[in-house]
Design a protein around this ligand. Structure first.
Ligand SMILES: NC(=O)c1ccc[n+]([C@@H]2O[C@H](COP(=O)([O-])OP(=O)(O)OC[C@H]3O[C@@H](n4cnc5c(N)ncnc54)[C@H](OP(=O)(O)O)[C@@H]3O)[C@@H](O)[C@H]2O)c1
Length: 347
């Protein structure tokens, strides 16, 4: 359990931020509720009497410094991260505290590695981008599947979502990422990100039972193409999305997630199926669970808990699989994620 330390949550009143706040409380931490909108902060405090709220803006570094005062760590849940990540990492470095975010934006995650690696390492602190469903979970699964391999020829991450009702933040982040790409698509091949205009292929992916084979969109590129190659020697990282979920996301008027249980989770279920290949050998591992936004909270909070209790393997900007003992991290989330490790794969 947490030690009663303060953990700042920027974007605390957003959909994901609320899950993170609830998870911190459940784990014995005291969330500091941060955001740019005072009225929304007041409304959130009404739901959590006794918690402190601090208004802060990414355009005003002094407000961020005041907001982080007394925090042991910060979790950034405010996206688009193209706008928020840089100022929040800067503020965390000034405060000398670790930074974790839930960014699914490929280019924003690349920027965090590119701009802050040296300074975070020199400061001896940890900055973990994409510590959420996309980017973080895939990287933990890939690292687990790799076992004693440090290199692989190919990494495949297939997302078996039953549906995808996106939040406003997800849609806004998608627009920003699309603009940054000039409307082009992105994939990771030959050891680097490649921008292209090719149509995306549809194929069948053999998810483990009970889901079974599903139609997926290939090269539906997610943040794993940043997190995985940041620490593993692999030149091909491909991600796939169930065609149904991709269609939900691309709908002209997509609907937001609707809560169906007392934790506020939606009915959405997921399978993340990872396949790694090296030479003639293959290793697989999969995780199943409910609600990609809700599960991002235990992922981010487990990361903060491990950082604050010294269970880390490196400093600087690093992804989940590099910072943490990946199989141990996944086992710790057994109430949120079920792992499926076929015989022969180290887990
Ligand atoms: N990697 C993953 O798997 C994963 C999982 C969950 C979420 N995410 C990402 O996390 C972000 C938030 O998602 P969400 O579901 O929580 O969306 P949301 O409910 O729409 O919340 C967005 C939050 O971001 C804040 N925000 C946006 N721009 C801001 C800015 N310039 N300055 C300060 N705050 C700003 C919003 O505050 P206002 O209301 O004041 O605008 C709100 O608190 C999205 O980028 C999403 O893609 C990623």
């Amino acid at each position: 359990m947490g030690s009663g330390q303060n953990v700042a949550v920027f974007g605390a009143y957003g959909h994901t931020g609320r899950f993170v706040v609830a998870e911190l409380i459940e784990r014995g931490y005291v969330p500091l509720l941060l955001g740019r909108d005072q009225d929304k902060l007041v409304a959130l405090v009404a739901a959590h009497p006794g918690l402190a709220a601090r208004q802060a803006s990414v355009d005003d570094p002094a407000s961020l410094d005041r907001a982080l005062d007394g925090a042991a760590a910060v979790i950034n849940c405010a996206g688009p991260f193209a706008t928020t990540a840089g100022p929040l990492v800067e503020a965390a470095l000034r405060a000398g505290i670790p930074y974790v975010d839930v960014a699914a934006e490929i280019e924003a995650n690349v920027d965090t590695f590119a701009h802050f690696a040296d300074r975070a390492r020199a400061a001896g602190t940890v900055v973990v981008p994409a510590m959420a469903f996309y980017g973080g979970l895939g990287d933990l699964l890939v690292t687990t599947a790799m076992g004693d391999w440090t290199a692989a020829d190919e990494v495949h991450v297939a997302y078996g979502l039953s549906s995808w009702h996106p939040t406003t933040g997800t849609l806004a982040s998608g627009v920003v990422s699309g603009q940054r790409r000039g409307g082009r698509r992105v994939r990771f091949t030959g050891g680097r990100l490649e921008y292209h205009d090719d149509a995306l292929p549809t194929l069948e992916w053999p998810f483990p039972a009970p889901l079974g084979p599903q139609s997926v969109i290939g090269e539906f590129t997610m943040a794993d193409v940043v997190t995985v190659p940041s620490h593993l020697d692999v030149r091909e990282v491909r991600t796939y999305m169930t065609a149904k979920a991709a269609a939900d996301l691309g709908a002209s008027d997509p609907s937001a997630p609707a809560a169906v249980d007392d934790r506020g989770r939606s009915a959405q279920t997921f399978v993340v199926d990872v396949l790694v290949r090296s030479g003639g050998a293959e290793r697989r591992v999969a995780a199943t669970g409910q609600d990609i936004y809700a599960v991002s909270a235990p992922l981010a909070v487990e990361a903060v808990d491990r950082i604050l209790t010294g269970r880390t393997r490196t400093t600087g900007v690093a992804s989940a699989g590099a910072v943490f003992d990946a199989p141990d991290f996944l086992r710790a989330l057994s109430t949120h994620l079920s792992l499926h490790v076929p015989a022969g794969t180290r887990g």
